[in-house]
Design a protein around this ligand. Structure first.
Ligand code: ACO
Length: 428
């Protein structure tokens, strides 16, 4: 069905086309609005603005649907690995056995950092935030790979993507090791992606950490579930930077900076901070929940509710199961995890949360999983970034491959001073 949108402005009427996505979503195409009418649209926070057409990820928040390249996240969680999902997200199809093998080899080949990059780490103070290090190091990596500036074909692109995905993991673990003053641990060729990260994080020279299958599986799921989430703040940032023609690494380094903000990548940190607050305050969980519910309370139950998913967050269902399985095999004694379990139980039965459709979101369970794995709090957002790199690369690729791609350049509504004269210094 073809639709048009008619706008009346200053007594004149204008028709604009309505475009339809493959899942029947409708959008008014206003790209000719300014040329034809002199008006622009104003949409603070872009809540109603489609910034691009994209074929990567589909979300239906009301029905709790998340699909990468058409494949439901539940199927990927049950059958795939992070590496395979990354390839799917970037290339738009599941890899053949030959693709898988080639990509696996590329990841292994590229897992070491250039030795000169190690000296960059020495320039950071011991308490440097790992997100600052990650962003700086991704940018620095581009200096060691001149080919990245001009990606001319898919073979070069695949190499560049494999390097980034592989090395981000090594850099993340190295930034942690530097922050705790331990020697950097080299990756092992016999380990898969997730096992290798855990090895580089937790092994020490005289004692190898051996990740259990449950822990490696939980990490795989965490990364799969974070691989893309359409036009969120960091992904839009990557596209914005990419639209200027910037290289893949520079664009993804900008994505890391956007993700660093507490309103974006920091929610799982806020979950653990809330649990710690409850523990230290000596309050019981029911007391804390009643404070949250009190009229005019500014407190929120962190890790509950979502702007887009209004019935449930499909990612949290999967992570809850993974966290239950992982914890069952771990024999952990952590008061914060006990508080989290009680909180989940109380909130899921409380009419306040039921009526407002406030269910635990992906950050609630990822906070629990990362803590149980022993990942320090300041590394949580780095873990999110590791997962999101394939989505950033895929979005960068969409811009790079599009011959009609234009530099992103939004307009504004100016609300500053009108024309006024400069006042000489002696008269101010
Ligand atoms: N705890 C207690 N009450 C809540 C919560 C919460 N976590 N979330 C929403 N509410 C209440 C609001 O007070 C409001 O109540 P009212 O109708 O009595 O005024 C009602 O639910 C609707 O709230 P909104 O703020 O309109 O919901 P919105 O969709 O704008 O907010 C958000 C979504 C920001 C995620 C919110 O639920 C929240 O702050 N959650 C906690 C923080 C969090 O976990 N963020 C991570 C989100 S996932 C991600 O970003 C990857």
């Amino acid at each position: 069905m073809s639709h048009t949108c008619r706008i009346e402005l200053d007594g004149k009427s204008y028709d604009f086309p309505v475009v339809e996505g493959t899942e029947n979503e409708l959008a008014i195409d206003v790209s000719a609005l300014r040329d034809r009418t002199g008006y622009i649209t104003l949409d603070d926070g872009y809540g109603n603005t489609g910034s691009c057409k994209s074929a990567i990820t589909y979300i239906d928040g009301d029905q709790g649907i998340l699909r990468y390249r058409g494949i439901p996240i539940e199927q990927l969680a049950a059958n795939s690995s992070f590496v395979e999902t990354a390839w799917l997200v970037i290339w738009g199809r599941l890899p053949t056995p030959a693709d898988r093998e080639r990509f696996r080899e590329l990841l292994t080949e590229n897992q070491m950092m250039h030795e000169s990059l190690r000296s960059h780490f020495e320039g950071f103070p011991p308490n440097a935030h790992p997100m600052a290090i990650l962003s700086a190091m991704i940018n620095a990596m581009s200096c060691y790979e001149p080919g990245i500036m001009e990606i001319e074909d898919d073979t070069i692109l695949e190499r560049a993507a494999a390097r980034l995905i592989s090395k981000v993991r090594t850099i993340a673990a190295a930034s942690y090791k530097m922050s705790v003053g331990q020697p950097l641990i080299y990756p092992r060729t016999d380990y898969k992606y997730c096992e290798n990260f855990l090895h580089m994080m937790f092994s020490i020279p005289y004692s190898d950490y051996e990740p259990t299958p449950e822990v490696a599986r939980a990490l795989n799921l965490f990364l799969i579930l974070h691989a893309d989430h359409e036009q969120n703040c960091s992904t839009s940032t990557v596209r914005m930077v990419a639209s200027s023609g910037a290289n893949m690494y520079a664009s993804c380094a900008a994505g890391v900076c956007a993700l660093w903000g507490p309103l974006h990548g920091g929610a799982n940190v806020a979950v653990v901070e809330m649990l710690e607050f409850i523990r230290q305050s000596g309050m019981n969980v029911a007391e804390y929940v009643s404070r949250v519910k009190a009229k005019d309370s500014k407190l929120r139950l962190m890790g509950f509710g979502h702007r887009v998913y209004k019935n449930f967050d499909p990612r949290s269902k999967i992570l809850k199961e993974a966290s239950d399985q992982m914890l069952a095999g771990m024999n952990i004694n952590d008061p914060l995890l006990d508080i989290a379990r009680q909180l989940e139980e109380v909130a899921l039965q409380d009419p306040y949360f039921i009526e407002r459709k406030l269910y635990p979101n992906v950050d609630f369970y990822s906070g629990i999983i990362l803590r149980a794995m022993g990942i320090p709090l300041n590394m949580f957002t780095v873990m999110f970034a590791m997962g999101r790199v394939p989505g950033w690369i895929a979005n960068w690729k969409e811009i790079h491959d599009d011959p009609k791609s234009r530099i992103y350049r939004p307009r504004q509504l100016y609300v500053g001073s009108t024309l006024r004269d400069f006042v000489p210094r002696n008269l101010r």
